[in-house]
Design a protein. Structure first.
Length: 399
């Protein structure tokens, strides 16, 4: 399928729409966008507070180091703030001491930089410093450029760094401490919703009879979007684990939700993503005129499209439950209960009848239809909590 290159104006409009959506989402209510706003304001507030403490209360005429450190200490989790505070203060102390020693030894700005920077840049790659090691080198440049390398000046800079780290960590921990549990729920809900959207798009294409390379590329793109969302879910789950590494103190500061979807839900929707990928791959192979596999009879594409839409509605129902905080995994609740199950059985019966007819006449069509029916059964079993399917269907069922 031919891709149209966007003009710079189209790109700017797209970016502007994205910014507008983010602003509206932050205004409407809690979510990732509002969390980003809160963290940004906290970082700015920590820097301003450090400037006031160092400059006004302690009388420092050049209160630079404290707000600088405080600004970068407001991290995504309280645990990461504590870890990076230790790393950055250590890097700053190392840079200050080495730069001061180099200045004393060489007595020249250029010579001190040439002596200290190579060592500090190498130390920046030490894993113990994490991504904070580069602050050792930047502190050395600042120290040598300022020309103050006395013991009092060195102690002053180290004290400023420690003050900034203390203020940054305190602001992050005590002012709306970041807890990423909601990110897991939102990514799970988005994954379920997008799985439903992909299935709806597949159903629409099957009804139109569009079986060409361009349509197959769109199917593959939809499955890839689900995989990207699955990766985002894994990242959110990792942030949530780190958020709770200090859950004892955090529970005393702010109520931590206890109804977060379990990791079994991640695995369930990972399987759904895999089944969607397998389904789109089967359809893409059938759409390839150079392959032996051929699409099922057009008369069977209509009930199969109906079956995909039924599964899509189940995905959308699960998305709503996740957003509402009512994860249905393993609960036995089904969308529209008996009505949805009865519709699925009726559609499945028609497709099985068609499969038997194909098996006696056209083996390639039967192979494709059998694979499509298998993937639909697998998707239903995962998308509808507690569903078990029918015995003797020839498709995979959960036990």
């Amino acid at each position: 399928m031919t891709r149209v290159t966007q003009t710079p104006r189209q790109v700017l409009r797209q970016e502007a729409r994205g910014v507008g959506r983010s602003v509206r989402a932050a205004w409407r209510g809690p979510g990732r966008e509002r969390d980003l706003v809160v963290q940004s304001l906290k970082a700015a507030g920590a820097a301003l507070l450090a400037w006031v403490v160092a400059g006004d209360w302690l009388g420092d005429p050049l209160a630079l180091m404290a707000p600088w450190v405080a600004l970068v200490m407001v991290q995504a989790t309280v645990y990461s703030s504590l870890r990076q505070a230790a790393q950055q203060v250590t890097a700053i102390c190392t840079g200050t001491l080495l730069a001061s020693a180099a200045q004393v030894v060489t007595g020249d700005t250029l010579g001190a930089l040439a002596l200290s920077l190579p060592v500090l840049v190498l130390l920046a790659n030490w894993s113990r410093f994490g991504d904070q090691g580069i602050y050792g080198a930047t502190t050395a440049v600042f120290t040598i450029a300022s020309g103050s390398v006395s013991a009092a000046a060195v102690g002053h800079r180290v004290g400023q760094a420690a003050l900034g780290a203390l203020i940054g960590v305190a602001v992050n921990a005590f002012v709306l401490p970041p807890i990423h549990l909601r990110d897991v729920r939102e990514n799970l809900a988005a994954l379920a919703r997008e799985a439903g959207e992909v299935l709806c798009a597949l159903a629409a294409d099957l009804r139109r009879g569009e079986w060409d390379a361009g349509t197959a590329a769109d199917w593959s793109h939809g499955a890839s979007r689900l995989e990207h969302r699955l990766e985002a879910l894994g990242s959110a789950r990792a942030w949530s684990r780190e958020s709770l590494r200090l859950k004892g103190p955090l529970r005393a500061l702010r109520r931590i939700p206890t109804d977060v979807p379990p990791e079994a839900e991640d695995e369930r929707w990972s399987r759904v993503t895999g089944h969607v990928r397998a389904l789109t791959r089967t359809l893409a192979v059938a759409a390839d005129e150079g392959r032996a596999a051929t699409p099922p009879d057009p008369a069977l594409l209509e009930p199969y499209a109906d079956l995909l839409e039924l599964i899509a509605r189940a995905c959308h129902t699960e998305s709503g439950r996740l957003l509402d905080g009512r994860s249905g995994g393993g609960s036995g609740e089904q969308p529209d209960d008996d009505g949805a199950e009865a519709a699925r059985r009726e559609l499945r019966g028609r497709l099985q009848e068609g499969l038997r007819e194909h098996a006696g006449r056209e083996a390639p069509r039967a192979a494709v239809l059998g694979s499509l029916l298998l993937q639909a059964e697998n998707l239903w079993a995962e998308a509808v909590p507690g569903s078990t399917g029918d015995s003797g269907s020839g498709a995979h069922h959960r036990t």
